[in-house]
Structures are given as C-alpha cells and as structure tokens.
Design a protein around this ligand. Structure first.
Ligand code: SF4
Length: 441
C-alpha cells in the first residue's frame, strides 16, 4: 500500500502554491494524500511566520503531530516554509521529534531526504532557484497559481519575507509563458500570477530585462484563458502600463490588491514602504481613471511602533477616501530578525491596538457594504467554484471584481454563468442565475 502523507498549510498564496508542488512531488514518489493526519506516514507543515499568531497556531498543530508519532514511532514529521527558514537548526533543538526541516526555496530537498535512508534529522535552508520542474497537484483543477518570481528586494521594516524567501529573482519570461499555455491546455480558465512584488518582475532578467505589463498582456492573450489575476503589486512600482493592459484586455480581472499598510506618511516612512500617503492616493486615482469599475482590496497594519492617534486617524481618512471593497487588517507584532523588532520607543499598548482595530474594521465594513451596492441590479459573469459554504442548495462563484456570489442555479465548478445580483453585503453578493443561462442548462 502506498505511503500516506498529510500537509497542513499556513499563510499566504505563495505557501498554498508551494504545498501544491509538494503534493505533486510526493505523488510522483508514490505517496498518496490522506485527509487524516493520524493515518499519515509523513506529516508535513508548510509554515508562515508573518505574525506571532501564526507561530502560536502552528506550534499547537506540531504538538498534535508529536503525540501521533509517540503512538506510531515510524511516522516522519517535516516542517517547511517561512517559520522553518527563520528558525533553521533551532527547529531540531526546540522540537527534537521533527525529522526534516526546509525553507520555502528547498521543497525538492524533501524528496532527497525521503529517498535516502537518513537516520538523522536534516535541515535545508539555502535559497535555490524556483523548482519549476516539480509537478503540481492543484486544489481546483480550473484555477492555477503561476509563481513569477521568488523572494523580495524591498526592505519593509516589519517584514520577515526577505529573510525567509531571499532576494527577488524573476523566473524566465518564456518559461512562464510556456507554463501558462500548458495550464490552459490542461483546462485552467483562471491564472493568478504570484510574486511578493509583481511590479518588480523582469527587471533582473538578462540579457534583456522585461516588465510585468508585458507578461500580463502575453498571459492575458493566451487563447482559451478567461481570467488573469495577480498578487501582490506594490504602490511605489504600480505604473500606467499595467493599467493599460487592464483597460485593453477583458481577461485581466477588474480587481487590484494594493497594500496600503498605513495612512500616515510618517508611519509609512518608519515602515520603509518607499511611498507616502499622496503617492498611494495618486496610484488609486490613476487606476480608477483607467479601470473605473475596479475593485480595490488592501492590507493594513494597526499599532506599528510610534503610531499616534493622529497617525491612525490618517489611516481611517485614506480608507474613507479610497472606499476599499475589502481589506485584510492586522495588529502589528514584532517579527524576530526584522528592523521593527528592535524598536523600543513609542510601542502601542495592546488594548489600544485592539480598540483601533475595532474602529478600522467598522470603517472598512461600512465602506465595503456601500461599495458592494453598485452591483445590485446588474447581471454579472460568475466563475462557478462549487456549492455555497453557507447554504449547500445554492452555488458559489466569483466575479471579475473578486466578489463572492451565492446564487440559486445550476453549473459545474470551472464553468461560467451569468447571475442577476439582487442584494449585497460587505462580503458577498446574492443573486439568481439569469433566465437565459437557466434555459441553456
Ligand atoms: S514588499 Fe515589503 S511587505 Fe511585501 S514581501 Fe517585500 S518586504 Fe515584505
């Protein structure tokens, strides 16, 4: 019987994609995936280290694996991802029951470890190129991640990514286009281009530098592709050439995730975000001029060291000015090895952070609710994802604006339909499948 593996993935889309590659690689080695951690011969964790909470949550899972291994001594436990990279050999000192640890850039080393009868625990933490040769086992057959670069060259003072994923390295242009064409050939209708800062794509390519707008256009023009998304752009590097591609190609989705982080230029400077409040608002205006109906999502950190009530008010003001369609909001927590972790002045008390977070969420939800009303009464094209999470008798899908839609109707995951939107909350649109489409099914 095939050996079984179980993977738990924490964190960002990058990790979700790395886990898809791990699964593809393990299946090519003859392993089979199990949904039960307790039944697995190989228990894997793909970790995140962007926030303290992530570490705490993961450690609880790791102890569960320790108990399983106590009952089944042959079980192999492996820890990959950013937390493993940030800890390196400390993993084995603090958790001696772990057999293998590897950084985000070392996924192929897991196969090496599993195919050699190593009796001692092993760690792999070098940054090596992108494992494009690894097979991928996708979560959704009709949607795919396409990682266009590894690492990041920016120096945001709170961020651990440059130290856990290394410097920015773009993947070769032709290799990416070939992979995108292959994915479309496999029935993928929606591709999401992944990078820590997608706007930096191609600058480092030699002998001929390329740029992100070129890549977006070429992928968006592949026959058979229906939708192209990307994450994350950087407000400093977002240029008009990217917006022109949005405006010219229907396949490029009308949603842009533009991380703000803070509304105060003083705090943005302390975060080393390289743009100020005016630059951010200017980018938003430029984007709305080119793509008037675009949906904006963002990331915001509350309670960065030194943040005063006045600074926080500026964050709320930018939110009111932009009216984001959605936002990921975080309470600042210092990450070991980052510049911000060494700041001792002006630390914001936890209860103040929590109180500010409540006010921010109120503003975000109110804006998102108001923004969502613009879809009511419109007929939207929806990519069906499957049954609704809240009501299995309804279907769930997504618009080009990345808005979730729950609707009554028929259709297979990975197919498109049109839905008349009848109501909207801050998160979800509700609708009915258009009669035309109903008649066709
Ligand atoms: S751009 Fe900044 S926040 Fe984003 S991954 Fe790079 S260093 Fe981190």
């Amino acid at each position: 019987m095939a050996k079984q593996f179980h993977i738990t993935t924490f964190g960002c889309q990058m990790n979700e994609h790395d886990s898809e590659r791990m699964k593809g690689m393990l299946e090519s080695l003859g392993y089979a995936e199990t949904g039960e951690r307790g039944d697995a011969d190989l228990i894997l964790f793909n970790t995140c280290s962007i926030r303290e909470k992530a570490d705490e949550r993961f450690i609880a899972h790791l102890h569960d694996a320790k108990i399983i291994k106590r009952g089944r001594p042959g079980t192999v436990i492996g820890v990959g991802g950013c937390w493993a990279q940030s800890m390196k050999d400390l993993v084995f000192e603090q958790f001696p029951f772990v057999d293998v640890a590897f950084g985000p850039g070392q996924v192929p080393k897991l196969a090496e470890f599993l195919t050699t009868d190593s009796i001692s625990a092993q760690g792999f933490f070098e940054f090596e190129g992108f494992p494009a040769h690894l097979p991928t086992k996708r979560e959704r057959p009709h949607q795919a991640w396409l990682q266009i670069s590894v690492g990041c060259h920016m120096k945001c003072s709170y961020c651990i990514v440059p130290s856990t994923r290394g410097r920015h390295v773009s993947r070769p242009f032709d290799e990416l286009v070939a992979e995108a064409e292959r994915l479309v050939g496999e029935g993928v209708v929606e591709i999401t281009l992944l990078g820590q800062n997608v706007n930096a794509y191609g600058r480092d390519l030699r002998p001929e530098p390329r740029n992100f707008a070129e890549l977006l256009r070429v992928v968006g023009e592949i026959p058979g592709i229906k939708r192209v998304r990307y994450t994350s752009p950087h407000p400093q590097d977002m240029k008009r050439d990217v917006i022109d591609v949005h405006a010219e190609l229907d396949t490029v989705c009308q949603h842009i995730h533009l991380p703000l982080q803070a509304g105060s230029s003083r705090i943005l400077k302390a975060m080393r975000r390289t743009y100020d409040r005016e630059r951010f608002l200017d980018r938003v205006a430029m984007i709305r001029e080119g793509v008037p109906d675009v949906a904006f999502s963002t990331d915001i950190i509350v309670g960065f060291p030194g943040e005063t009530e006045e600074d926080f008010q500026q964050t709320l003001e930018v939110c009111e000015a932009v009216q984001f369609d959605s936002a990921f909001t975080f309470i600042f927590s210092a990450r070991r090895g980052t510049e911000a972790a060494d700041i001792t002045e002006g630390l914001v008390p936890h209860e103040v952070k929590v109180e500010r977070m409540q006010r921010l969420v109120e503003v975000i939800q109110r804006n998102a609710h108001e923004r969502a009303q613009r879809f009511v009464g419109r007929t939207m094209e929806v990519l069906i994802e499957g049954p609704s999470r809240t009501d299995p008798s309804r279907l769930r899908g997504r618009t080009t604006h990345n808005k979730a839609v729950n609707f009554e109707g028929f259709g297979e995951p990975g197919t498109f339909t049109t839905v008349e939107i009848v109501s909207a909350t801050s998160q979800t649109l509700m609708g009915e499948q258009s009669l035309v489409d109903l008649a066709l099914r």
